[in-house]
Design a protein around this ligand. Structure first.
Ligand code: DGJ
Length: 760
């Protein structure tokens, strides 16, 4: 709900309020973002506004008319350079005369119906009844620039989204150096800035920095949203825990270079900005042209990290993920990659698929290696015709045989890339991002197709369209396996090379939009060497993303926990693989591998034809159990308990950081699935306890280990949540080592909880 009281604008969600006002000077002062507050119609909340008496020493008064106003010490809705604010700006542009000073003042505000589509970018969506829209237009006092700030209020998710549009209404070309998406100025600086950084196979490491003085930046320059620094970040109070305390979460609906900065001002205020990374960004705006910034998404909760995460999860599920697969149960998948890598042929794939079918899998995915002469990763990207040596009947042949087995068929592609060893490169050497006449820095022996060019986008759309209709294809894994170097497009002149990174992302979005529109029945899974492009931009097209190439259960538990702060587990691909694990060489029990993977979009990625009978039997049971409980896991509300990144003790003690607890509760709280996992076995220790979360406190639940044999009881929700359930005592091997629990390294337990009928 959007409330206007005089020049005050209060944006209310069910439990939060965001407010700003137009100051006498025409600037927008940010007033408040937090727990919902009551504002009477006709009574402006003046108490929230800053009172300006005099400028602090050694700062500048804004103007002769407002000498007591210094923009350096006001909480602003958007900020620019040159009129006294020396903090991170929201917008920076070089005007026709070379000046970089801008001064945006209020022009008008309009309430608009619902959420329109952006011209160039993906965004959230919602019916007019679900989303309120406020557009505030500002005009540069000195130059002919116009800035629209759009606010979208998703009341039932407690989410506010923002974006901006800058229009050049001057008679000169303008060079845009940055246009952020969100800016939130806080009154104090006592916050913790949490980012999710990492690398390939090590995505989403949670890092919390206690903000003091200066500036902290989370950004990517890989050309993608990146595994180095995911665009999702949080600000919380030092005392905030999983279930209590203030927490703000910020997303950006964008898949390229991004930037999130936190800056403490000299007067103790904290500014947060997020948007496209300004590094090497320069966008030329001719008179009359405009530029849209990606949509930023903000959620606040006073119920700790879990409270904020759940709001984001709901928002992503309801207002980001779309299409036929939005509410469809996702099939159990078997992928050929870690089973066979490039060494595939029809016979081997069919054998694998048959073993998958027997175990209960529903979808078989043929990963890399099926096209051109793709015997390794040095060749054939771009040549999207089936390799007849491996697939005599082509894609049509193998997909038909897999279908006849009773499995759906899926295929891997990497549309944005080309190997130099390919027909495509020989025919179109100029279709890649590279600097003519200069040496090129290669990654995985491949180059990036120049998606800033329409003809290259058209090629991708046409080539992929042909692949997707070349057989009975139900699923596509869309991969992308390198980071950007040599940012340069032969299709743009010298003055526009600073636009390449952004134009690439727009080109990619066009390809995804066209192809998902043409093949609505296909379940698309994004992939970028695992999590190198895991963001809400991709999720606007593809309902799930492969979270990491690391399938080791211990690492995965940590990586998935990292994602869970900003993303629901229902968008996160997670597979059981073989041991010793191919990335870490670690051996974790098969049941732990299953327990961790089943919380995500679940599948297997190992050679089932090589497994012994006992393992295959276990896998059959796992799949049968999963099918019974997957609706809770795929649609339920997710809660973190203890996590491996809880600080404060060595994991060889009983202290923090050795135990992980997850719980997923169905929307009606009738059913829940819980997991407790430990890193390392601890000798001579007390029994561990699992604490459920999110249950109906006053209802009685049957609680049992998945598959039976473990803990089992009936108890009220409150007892399961606040008291917890002690793990059964079991003793080591020969039983002589009394007191030593048989709960080995990387062990886990999975629990099913179901309300007892007629007990309330
Ligand atoms: C990287 C992906 O993340 C893997 O799952 C696999 O598809 C390979 N690429 C294939 O080259």
């Amino acid at each position: 709900m959007i409330q206007q009281v005089g020049n005050y604008y209060m944006l209310h969600t069910e439990h939060t309020t965001y407010g700003f006002r137009v100051m006498e000077s025409g600037h927008l002062e940010h007033l408040y973002y937090g727990r919902r507050i009551t504002v009477e119609d006709g009574e402006a909340p003046e108490a929230l506004a800053e009172k300006f008496a005099a400028v602090p020493g050694n700062t500048n008064g804004y103007s002769e008319e407002y000498p007591a106003l210094t923009l350096e010490d006001v909480r602003l809705e958007m900020s620019s350079y040159g009129k006294g604010d020396v903090r991170e700006p929201f917008v920076e542009a070089v005007h026709g005369d070379g000046s970089v000073t801008s001064d945006f003042l209020f022009a008008k505000a309009e309430l608009l119906p619902g959420k329109e589509k952006y011209r160039t970018l993906p965004g959230s969506y919602g019916e007019p009844g679900q989303v309120g829209h406020l557009c505030v237009t500002l005009a540069d006092r000195q130059y002919g620039l116009e800035l629209e700030l759009h606010y979208y209020v998703y009341a039932e998710c407690d989410v506010i989204a923002r974006s901006a549009r800058l229009c050049n209404r001057s008679g000169d070309p303008v060079r845009l150096l940055r246009l952020m998406s969100a800016q939130v100025d806080f009154d104090t600086s006592d916050y913790v800035f949490t980012t999710f950084t990492g690398a390939w196979a090590r995505e989403m490491e949670k890092t919390a920095i206690r903000v003091q003085a200066g500036k902290y930046v989370n950004a990517s320059y890989t050309g993608t949203s990146s595994n180095r620094a995911n665009p999702f970040v949080m600000l919380s109070r030092p005392e905030t825990s999983e279930d209590f305390g203030d927490c703000y979460g910020f997303h950006l609906i964008y898949s390229g270079n991004h930037y999130e900065a936190v800056e403490v001002s000299s007067f103790g205020k904290l500014r947060f900005v997020s948007g496209i990374s300004p590094q090497s960004f320069c966008y030329l705006l001719a008179p009359g042209e405009d530029f849209e910034s990606p949509e930023a998404v903000m959620a606040y909760s006073w119920e700790g990290f879990n409270g904020m995460s759940q709001r984001m999860h709901r928002f992503v599920r309801e207002h980001i993920v779309r299409g036929e697969w939005k509410r469809k149960v996702r099939p159990v998948l078997l992928n050929s990659w870690e089973a066979a890598y490039f060494d595939i042929d029809e016979e081997r794939l069919l054998r694998l698929a048959r073993a998958g079918k027997e175990a209960g899998a529903e979808l078989f995915v043929m990963d890399d290696g099926w096209f051109g002469t793709r015997d390794d990763d040095t060749q054939s990207l771009g040549d999207w015709q089936a390799d007849r040596r491996k697939l005599p009947g082509g894609v049509a042949g193998i997909s038909r045989k897999i279908r006849e087995m009773g499995l759906a068929f899926g295929i891997w592609v990497e549309p944005e890339m080309v190997n130099v060893r390919s027909r495509l490169y020989r025919e179109h050497p100029d279709w890649v991002l590279q600097i003519p006449g200069k040496p090129h820095s290669e990654g995985r022996s491949q180059r990036i197709l120049d998606l800033t060019r329409k003809e290259v986008q058209d090629f991708v759309i046409e080539a992929m369209g042909r692949v997707f209709s070349s057989g009975e294809i139900s699923y596509v894994k869309w991969d992308m396996n390198r980071t950007f170097t040599d940012y340069f497009s032969g299709g743009l002149d010298a003055g526009r090379q600073g636009e390449v990174a952004h134009r690439y992302v727009l080109g990619l979005y066009r390809c995804m939009e066209e192809l998902t529109g043409r093949f609505p029945q296909i379940l698309f899974e994004g992939c970028c060497a695992g999590g190198n492009r895991f963001d809400l931009g991709i999720l606007c097209y593809f309902p799930q993303i492969w979270a990491s190439d690391n399938t080791d259960a211990l690492c995965r538990a940590q990586i998935q926990t990292g994602y869970s702060y900003g993303y629901p587990m229902s968008v996160l691909g997670a597979h059981v693989s073989a041991c010793p694990n191919h990335q870490t060489m670690r051996t974790a029990p098969l049941r732990t591998r299953f327990h961790v993977a089943c919380f995500g979009i679940f599948g297997y990625e190992c050679d089932l034809t090589e497994m012994d009978g006992e393992e295959l039997e276990q896998i059959k049971e796992q799949i049968a159990w999963y099918k019974e409980w997957r609706e809770v896991l795929q649609t339920g509300e997710f809660y973190r308990g203890r996590t491996f990144s809880d600080g404060g003790g060595s994991c060889l003690s009983q202290r923090k950081g050795n135990i992980l607890e997850w719980t997923c509760v169905s929307a009606d709280r009738e059913k829940a699935v819980g997991m407790l996992m430990q890193k390392l076995a601890v000798p001579n220790t007390r029994t561990e306890t699992y604490h459920a979360k999110g249950l109906d406190a006053g209802a009685r639940y049957r609680f049992a280990s998945a598959g039976g044999g473990g803990e089992s009881c009936a108890a009220y929700g409150d007892a399961l949540m606040y008291g917890g359930v002690k793990l059964r005592q079991a003793f080591c091997g020969n039983g002589r080592q009394e007191g030593t629990r048989l709960f080995p390294d990387f062990a886990s337990e999975l629990y099913c909880m179901e309300k007892e009928k007629g007990k309330k």
